[in-house]
Design a protein around this ligand. Sequence first.
Ligand code: UD1
Ligand code: CA
Length: 498
Amino acid sequence: MGERDSSVAAVIVLAAGSGTRMKSCTSKLLHPLCGKPLLSWALGAAEGVAPQNLVVVIGHLREQVEAHLNEIAPHVLTAVQETQDGTGHAVRCAMEVLEGITGDIVVTYGDVPMLTADTLRRLVNTHRQRSNAMTIMTSILDNPTGYGRILRAGDEITGVVEERDADDAQKAIKETNAGIYVFDADLLREGLAHLSPDNDQHQLYLTDVVGYACSHGHRVGAYLEKDHWQTEGINDRTQLAAMSKEVNHRIVHGWMLEGVTVIDPATTWIEAGVSIEPDVVLWPGTILAGATSIAAGAVIGPDTRLTDVEVGRGAHVVRSEATLAVIGDEANVGPYSYLRPGTTLGESGKIGAYVETKNAQIGPTAKVPHLTYCGDAVIGAGTNVGAGTIFANYDSKAKHVTTVGSNAFIGSHSVLVAPLTIGDDSFVAAGSALTGDVGEGELAVARGRQRNIPGWVQAFRQRARNKKSSPPQPTVNNPSDEQTPSAAPSSTTASPKE
Ligand code: UD1
Ligand code: CA
C-alpha cells in the first residue's frame, strides 16, 4: 500500500502538553531519541499518510517547538492551545486551522515516537475498508494502568473511559486506547462541539467523541496494534532511556541483517540517520551518530564515537572521537585520535595516537602518526609529520593556515607558526620553530645548534670532589661559575643530516 492510496485530508499532532515529568527547560518533544527529537519521529510517521494538511498543536514551551518546526518542517501548520484543557480542546484548536475541511483526519501525539508510517497507513486503510466513521488504535497491555480503557458491548465499541474515571471492572480491561485515531472530518467537528468537561480532570476529552459517535449511530471500529512500543508515549527520562534502548536494538539488528558485523549489540549505538555498507565490523563501545556513513570493509572501534563522519572503504578507526570529518579509503585513525570538524584524511593516510586535528586536509598516504596538534592545515600526499609537531595556527587574534606540500618531512617536535607554506619534497629539521616559508626541496633548520664539549664531565666531577674535601669558603663573586663549562666549545658543524 503506497502513500498515495492512504493520503488523508489532515493529520493533527497533539504536542501542547507540559511534559512536567521530564523536569526539563527543554520541551519534551525536542529531547532526542536515537539522534532525532521525539517530534521529528512523530512527524515522520504523520508524513507517511501523505496528509494534505499537517497541523501540530503547540502550547507549553511553544517558541522552542515552533523554532524547531521552522527548521525541519516549514510546511507544517501550527495551532496554539493557550491553556491545556484536554485532548478534545487541543483538537478543537487544530480544527480552527482546518476550517471547512472534509475527508479523513488522523490524530496522533507528538510524544509517541515509535509509531511508524506503515502502522498509520494500516490504520487508515482499515478505516476505509470497513467504511468506519471513526477508527481508534488500541493496544492490549498486561499493565494498562494510566491508559484509557476500551469499552465494548460484544464486539461493538461503545466508548473509552479514562483510568481516573473508571470503576474497578473497567480498570480490569486490558484493551487500551493508544490515543491515535482516524475520524471523518464532519463527525469529528460534530463530536467536538458536544464535549463537556464532566470528568475527574474537568477537561475536554477527545475520547468522548467515541461515545458520541456510538450513541449517534456512527460506525466506530478498532485497529489493534500488537507492537506495544509503537503506541507508548514518553513521559519521563526513564521511559526515554528504555525506548532509546529498544529503538537502538531494532536499528542495530537491522544493520546486522544488512551484513554488518556487530561484536556486541548491547554496547553499540547507531542513530537513525546513519548508513553502513556490508562487511563493516563494529567493535564494542562504538557510537555512530548524525549522518555518519561507513563504507564496506571498514572496522570501527572499540570505544569510538563518530558524528557526521564519512568513513571510506576498508578504513580502520580505533578508540577515537570524530565530528564532521572524512576518512579516506584504507586510512587509519587512532588509537586515541580526536578529529574535529573539517578534517579530511586521504586514501591510505594516517592519523595516529594523541593527535588532534581541526580544519585539516591531510592528503593520500600522508601520515600524522603521533602526539600532534594539526589545526588549519593542508598537507600534501605522502608527507610525514613527525611526533610532537604543533601547527601553531592562532596568533591570539586570528587563525592562520599552514600549507605543507607533498612528500615533505616534518621533523619531530617542530612548531610550524602559521601562516606558513612548506614546499614539496622539503625537510624540516627536528625541533625547529618555523616562522618563515620553506621552498621546494629545501632543508629548514630553525633551532639552536648543538655543541659538544670534550672532557667537560670529567672536569666538572673533579671540581665537585675538590670542593668536598676543602672546608667551606666564604662565597666570592666568581665570574666563571662552575655550571659554565670552562672548556671552549669545540667547533660544531651542522651535520648534513639536519
Ligand atoms: C490520553 C487519552 C487516553 C489514552 C492515552 C494514550 C484522553 C482524554 N485520554 O490520555 O485515553 O489511553 O492518551 O497515551 O485523550 N495534549 C495537548 N493538549 C492538552 C492535553 C494533551 O496537546 O490539553 C497532548 C499532550 O501533549 C500529549 C497528548 O495530547 O502528547 C496526550 O495527552 P496526555 O495528557 O498525556 O493524555 P493521557 O492522560 O495520557
Ligand atoms: Ca500520556
